[in-house]
Design a protein. Structure first.
Length: 515
């Protein structure tokens, strides 16, 4: 009789083989993690090495807005140039993964802001087909209602980025079809324009929601940004510039039918130069640079006559690290502005007057966190100043750290209306070091004093300078929000500013009645 094999025979080699496979998997996994870490470190070092040390000033700043140029129809806080852009969004009134936006709104209000931001995805609000709000309000619309109510409670105007078709929205809803696979232009463009009209009627001042809440025409959404980085972000209008111009024209028509004072903002262009050609195509109606369906229809459109506001994005550090050459706010603004000005008289019947409203609607230094907290706070003073000095009417206040929040609150408090903001280096005497200096005249022509913004240039060491002032006592405000009263001697104060290799902290000097 043959002996039965022991149940353990062969198990030792099997265990050794399994152990080898596990060890090999661990080695590959560890190696992969190390590789990812190395790549991340390399990217981080690249960003640090390419942090801009000089920043382009606009060669031809847009003059400060006059009273007749004010948008918004007199809505409280609409003229404020600081646009909160905090947290995440689900495209229907909340944050990602079901989170609440209330904390973000509270933070924006605590910084002294009068604006917040919300994107609205067409796919999220009309997933199954056109919604008839007279028959009932679906849950997604009720969520958006709640956000608007919460913003009103905090005195925040809303820059509503809507309708959003591409980007994070994932394209048009399936029922609307697409002119081309994988792209943003819907086959049913009329349905998209109708959706814009529904948004306008519900959320405008004096609209459906305002009437139900008792706001009358004193509060509502009046600024509408049409899509997000449509030239190439995820699902996009790439190759469909003319289709985007058609969308903007039809959506604007619907929004203005609901609210004649609606402010049309677009296109929310990314900072890279790759988008400039696409932008030019949205303006040049004769090029017919759209989808086959658009060209077959044969109707020209241009974004130029439609947009009340030209919007663009800029992450100064990130964009400078991953684009060819430095891409600071001055560079991006000048490039976008040049495209609009070159095209403004191009197509008869679709010409438009020179644009004066340019808004920066997304961006901070970077979303990686390369700069230290102190340097990021210093950057806020510098970024606001350079943008407003160029004539940019609004600037995004995006995802600030606690240190940045202190700087933002201080700047907003000192300069609620920063226009005009004038280069002022010739008006001070630098004993040592190099600085950038700007001045906001308080009271305009009445010349009641000035608010000065001064910082040492990166990599030039500390700075000491003498500043002529109008009042016996002035107040110095730092990026940490600290205030220090200073007595002027013979109409002058001496400032000692600490330099930095990357981003020096500036100071606000309040030289006005009562400071």
């Amino acid at each position: 009789m043959l002996n039965e094999p022991s149940p353990n025979v062969g198990s030792a080699p099997t265990r050794r083989s399994l152990a080898r496979r596990v060890a090999r998997g661990c080695a590959w996994g560890c190696g992969g993690l190390c590789l990812l870490f190395a790549v991340a470190l390399a990217l981080l070092l690249l960003m640090i090495s390419r942090t801009p040390k000089s920043y382009t000033r606009a060669a031809d700043p847009i003059p400060a807005p006059g009273a007749s140029e004010s948008l918004g129809g007199g809505l409280d806080g609409f003229d404020s140039p600081y646009v909160g852009h905090t947290g995440s969004w689900d495209g229907k009134g909340g944050g990602m993964f079901g989170s609440s936006k209330l904390g973000d709104l509270d933070l924006e209000r605590a910084m002294g802001l009068r604006w917040t931001f919300m994107c609205v995805y067409w796919r999220a609000l009309e997933p199954e087909g056109p919604v008839d709000l007279s028959r009932g309000v679906p849950p997604a619309w009720r969520e958006l209602d709640a956000f608007v109510v919460a913003a009103h409670e905090r005195g925040l105007n809303i820059l509503m980025q809507a309708p959003v078709v591409g980007g994070n929205a994932g394209g048009p809803p399936a029922w609307a079809g697409r002119r081309e696979p994988g792209k943003s232009a819907p086959a049913n463009m009329a349905a998209l324009a109708a959706f814009a009209g529904k948004l306008g009627e519900r959320y405008r001042p004096g609209g459906t929601l305002a009437r139900s809440q008792g706001w009358g025409d004193h509060y509502g959404v009046r600024a509408w940004e049409l899509d997000n980085e449509p030239e190439g972000y995820f699902t996009s209008w790439k190759g469909q510039a003319a289709d985007y111009a058609e969308f903007a024209t039809l959506a604007a028509r619907s929004l203005r039918a609901a609210d004649p004072l609606a402010v049309i903002v677009g296109p929310g262009l990314a900072a890279g130069k790759h988008g400039l050609e696409w932008l030019a195509q949205t303006l040049d109606a004769s090029a017919m640079a759209g989808s086959p369906a658009f060209r077959a229809a044969g109707v020209p459109y241009s974004l130029g006559p439609v947009a009340d506001v030209v919007s663009f994005h800029n992450y100064e550090g990130l964009d400078s690290a991953f684009n060819e050459g430095v891409r600071t706010i001055g560079d991006v603004f000048s490039d976008v502005r040049a495209v609009f000005e070159q095209a403004e008289q191009r197509t008869p019947g679709l010409t438009y007057p020179r644009k004066r409203e340019y808004w920066h609607t997304e961006g901070n230094f970077d979303f990686v966190g390369v700069l230290s907290a102190g340097r990021r706070a210093a950057w806020r003073f510098q970024f606001f100043t350079r943008a407003f000095a160029a004539g940019i009417r609004k600037v995004a206040v995006m995802d600030p750290t606690p240190a940045e929040q202190l700087a933002i609150r201080a700047y907003v408090s000192a300069l609620p209306n920063p226009f005009p903001l004038l280069p002022a280096n010739p008006e001070l005497t630098a004993r040592h070091g190099k600085v950038a200096a700007f001045r906001h005249p308080i009271g305009g022509a009445s010349a009641k004093g000035n608010v000065w913004i001064i910082w040492p240039l990166a990599g030039t060491g500390d700075a000491v300078l003498d500043l002529a002032v109008r009042h016996e006592r002035v107040t110095l405000i730092t990026v940490t929000g600290e205030s220090k009263p200073v007595t002027a001697g013979s109409g002058r104060v001496t400032l000692e500013l600490k330099g930095d290799a990357k981003m020096a902290a500036g100071v606000l000097v309040l030289d006005g009645p009562g400071n």
